[in-house]
Ligand binder design. Structure first.
Ligand SMILES: NC(=O)c1ccc[n+]([C@@H]2O[C@H](COP(=O)([O-])OP(=O)(O)OC[C@H]3O[C@@H](n4cnc5c(N)ncnc54)[C@H](OP(=O)(O)O)[C@@H]3O)[C@@H](O)[C@H]2O)c1
Length: 277
C-alpha cells in the first residue's frame, strides 16, 4: 500500500492523517498516511529514511518548511516564490518535488469558505516563518490594499518584504511598528498558539478588524482569538479550513484528484470537538 506522512516537531497534534483518511475514503484511494516525528536536528535523515522505506510523499509542518525547501531537488513555481515547502512528492531517480499548498489553502478558506474577499483590504500577517512566507504571494495576488508583516524578530519580516516587494503593496516591522493602524483582517501565522502564548500584540490593534484568523486549529479559542473576541472582532476563524484546503491541494498533487473539502472541514470540526480536552 502507498504510504504518505506528515513530518514535524511536534507532530502528534496534527490532524493531517485524519483528513487524508477521509479524502482516501471519498475518492476510493487505498493509501496509508502517518505522523512522523523528526528530531530538530534530524529532518533530512528522517525524510530520506522514509523515502528509502517506500514512502511516496510527505507533508511538512512546523518547523521544517525552510529545510524542506533546501532538500527538494525540483520546485513548483509557488514553492520557489515562497522559499518554503509543505509538500514533497518522491519521484524517479531520487528526485524530490517540493510544493507549497499553504497559500492556496488559506486564500480558498478565507475567500470561498468564509466569504471574505481580500481585494482592497488592509491585512496584517503576524509571523515570518515557513507558514507566513508560503501565504504572502497568494495573498498579494488577491490585490489587497496593503499586506503588513509583523514579526517578533523584525529583520525576518523585512527579508520577506524585500523578497515580495515587486508583487504588491507590502510593509514590514515589529508589532509595535503597526500600533494605531487599522486592519480589516489580522492573520496569526506565528507558532505562539501552539504553546498557548500570544504574540506581543499592541493595545487596540483589532480596532476596526472584521476578521481575525489563527492558522492554528483547536477545539477551543486560541489566546489570539480570545483577545480578538474581547476586543470586539465579529468574525473569528481558526486554521481548520486552511488545513483541509491545503491538504486537498497536496492530495491533488499526489493522486491527480481534488477531493471535496466542505464535508471534510465539518468532519474535522466534529473530530476536534470529540477530542476536546
Ligand atoms: N492551518 C494550517 O493549514 C496551517 C498551515 C501551516 C502552518 N500552520 C500553523 O502556523 C504556525 C506557524 O508555523 P510555521 O511553519 O511558520 O512555524 P515556524 O517556521 O517555526 O515560524 C514560527 C513563527 O512564529 C513566531 N513565534 C513563535 N513563538 C512566538 C511567540 N511566542 N510570540 C511571537 N511570535 C512567535 C516566530 O517568530 P521569530 O521569527 O521571532 O522566532 C516565527 O515567525 C504553526 O502554529 C502551524 O501549526 C497552520
Amino acid at each position: 500500500m502507498d504510504t504518505y506522512a506528515v513530518v514535524g516537531n511536534p507532530v502528534t497534534h496534527s490532524k493531517s492523517p485524519f483528513i487524508h483518511a477521509r479524502f482516501a475514503q471519498q475518492t476510493g484511494k487505498i493509501m496509508h498516511y502517518i505522523p512522523l516525528l523528526a528530531p530538530l536536528d534530524g529532518f533530512r535523515q528522517t525524510v530520506l529514511d522514509f523515502r528509502k522505506n517506500g514512502g511516496k510523499g510527505m507533508n511538512i509542518t512546523v518547523p521544517f518548511k525552510f529545510e524542506a525547501y533546501a532538500l527538494a531537488t525540483r520546485l513548483t513555481d509557488r514553492a520557489r516564490a515562497a522559499h518554503a515547502v509543505n509538500t514533497f512528492r518522491f519521484e524517479a531517480e531520487e528526485e524530490i518535488l517540493g510544493d507549497n499548498t499553504d497559500g492556496v489553502g488559506l486564500v480558498r478558506d478565507i475567500e470561498i469558505n468564509l466569504n471574505f474577499p481580500l481585494a482592497g483590504k488592509q491585512i496584517l500577517l503576524m509571523g515570518a516563518g515557513g507558514a507566513a512566507s508560503g501565504v504572502i504571494l497568494p495573498l498579494l495576488q488577491q490585490q489587497p490594499c496593503l499586506l503588513a508583516i509583523a514579526n517578533r524578530t523584525p529583520e525576518k519580516a523585512v527579508i520577506l518584504q524585500q523578497q515580495f516587494a515587486s508583487h504588491g503593496p507590502i510593509a514590514a516591522g515589529s508589532y509595535q511598528d503597526f500600533a494605531g493602524q487599522r486592519f480589516d483582517l489580522v492573520i496569526n501565522a506565528t507558532s505562539a498558539s501552539l504553546h498557548n502564548e500570544l504574540p506581543p500584540i499592541p493595545p487596540d490593534l483589532f480596532h476596526g478588524t472584521a476578521l481575525a484568523y489563527d492558522m492554528l486549529y483547536s477545539s477551543r479559542l486560541t489566546p489570539f482569538l480570545e483577545l480578538a473576541r474581547a476586543e470586539g472582532v465579529e468574525h473569528l476563524a481558526d486554521g481548520a479550513g486552511m488545513l483541509v484546503e491545503q491538504a486537498a491541494e497536496s492530495f491533488l498533487l499526489w493522486h491527480g484528484i481534488r477531493p471535496e473539502t466542505r464535508i471534510v472541514i465539518s468532519q474535522l470540526r466534529d473530530e476536534l470537538r470529540r477530542h476536546a480536552p
